[in-house]
Write a protein that binds this ligand. Structure first.
Ligand code: C5P
Length: 399
């Protein structure tokens, strides 16, 4: 379920130094299967040449309203015809002003006026230009016209100043474009979830843990956020960036994870347990590093609480989704786990290739039966899992 596959996008590039980031954005969009058509303004072409965008998009680049390459001389109409969206990145202060006024004196402004598809703009300018009341007026006017404003961010600027006005990074814009196309099926919902391994200390430098990478959990968190949910992700130690729009709470042990989950739980509509929580922890963690003696030694383990089962047993439990990674008899174990923990939905996967890969094969289990999903990248599976879950939720406020 790649949301960008086959989408036709028109990317406007106006005259700001951030235009160099647009080149990387074109590459990311193209790699995800989008058909990108770049429109360069005169100012944009001063920063990056048409050749760069043509090579990266595989499509001709357009700059001129009177371009004779278009049979009917109507580039402004033909480019947006059949497009799924127009994105302008970077959008300069002048570009925002001209869009707000409805000007139509170059190709980009004219096609924006002639479009009946969504418009996203990623402002990029010096912080004083961004803060100027005129720019703020224009931005408010565009937002009122239904334009989606993406960014800007605060930070170091090309002019040497620091402040608001820096264009979002290409990866952030890419994420914003994907999120834009995801139906907001979880709008108004709060999702609390766990991901990653837990780390059960033996002494200050050693622990019992597992090889969970957190990738599946983080992909689910990202998919929930894209679907419009407020997401709190309680995460064991992993080396992954926080997905856009997700609040991450870092924990190490199962006990810390349990405490953080119960802290975040009030008001939650959904709880998703993706974490590979250690079943046991050392009864006592040594205060100092244990020295070797050459003798046999044993560590006494005590069971950890089952966070998911505890949440599902609450009298006002949110909609609970569990995960089961099994090395055999997936159906039997998964259905058993769903029944024992009283879960309306469970995601099962056979861990033939171990944890931590980028792809996965999963089967969804719910009251209606089993629903196998074809093997896919974890990000794509996450979107399908979240879609399935959204379809099972009671109406907002109806719990
Ligand atoms: O019983 P099992 O550990 O296989 O169950 C897996 C599911 O239960 C996962 O959703 C996992 O996140 C959750 N779980 C939990 N706390 C535990 C053990 C598992 O929340 N202590």
């Amino acid at each position: 379920m790649n949301r960008l596959q086959g989408r036709k996008l028109v990317l406007g590039v106006t005259g700001g130094v951030a235009a160099y980031k647009a080149a990387e954005l074109v590459r990311l969009l193209g790699k995800a299967g989008a058909d990108v058509h770049v429109v360069l303004t005169e100012g944009g072409a001063r920063f990056v040449t048409a050749v760069t965008f043509q090579a990266l998009s595989g499509n001709p680049v357009w700059t001129d309203l009177w371009d004779p390459r278009m049979d009917n001389n109507m580039a402004h109409i033909d480019l947006v015809r059949g497009a799924d969206a127009v994105l302008i990145a970077p959008a300069t202060a002048d570009c925002l002003a001209r869009l707000a006024q409805g000007r139509a004196d170059d190709l980009l402004s004219t096609l924006c006026l002639a479009r009946d598809v969504p418009l996203l703009v990623a402002p990029a300018m010096n912080r004083q230009m961004w803060e100027h009341p005129a720019t703020q007026r224009n931005v408010a006017c565009l937002a009122g016209d239904g334009v989606t404003i993406v960014g800007p961010a605060a930070g170091e600027q090309a002019c040497g100043e620091t402040g608001m006005g820096r264009m979002l990074e290409p990866e952030e814009l890419f994420e914003a474009v994907i999120a834009f196309f995801v139906p907001k099926r979880l709008a108004g919902r709060k999702v609390v979830m766990t991901a990653g391994p837990t780390y059960e200390a033996i002494d200050p430098v050693r622990a019992i843990t597992n090889t969970s990478s957190g990738k599946m959990g983080y992909a689910i968190a990202a998919a929930c956020a894209r679907a419009g949910a407020e997401v709190v992700l309680v995460s064991g130690p992993v080396a992954l960036p926080v997905p856009a729009g997700v609040k991450r709470v870092d924990v190490r042990s199962a006990l810390d994870m349990r405490a953080a989950v119960f802290d975040a739980l009030p008001g939650a509509d959904v709880f998703v347990g993706v974490a590979a929580v250690a079943d046991y922890r050392p009864m006592l963690a040594a205060e100092h590093k244990i020295k070797k003696s050459g003798e046999q030694m044993s560590i006494t383990l005590t069971p950890n609480p089952d966070i998911l089962a505890e949440v599902a047993a609450l009298s006002d439990a949110p909609f609970c989704v569990g995960f089961a990674a099994e090395s055999r008899d997936l159906d039997a174990y998964a259905e058993g786990k769903r029944a024992n923990k009283k879960l309306p939905m469970l995601v099962g996967n056979l861990v033939a290739d171990g944890l931590g890969g980028d792809d996965n094969t999963v089967v969804l289990y719910d009251d209606a039966g089993r629903h196998p999903l074809p093997r896919a990248a974890k990000a794509d599976l996450a979107a399908q899992i979240v879609d399935h879950m959204a379809g099972l939720l009671p109406p907002v406020g109806g719990r």
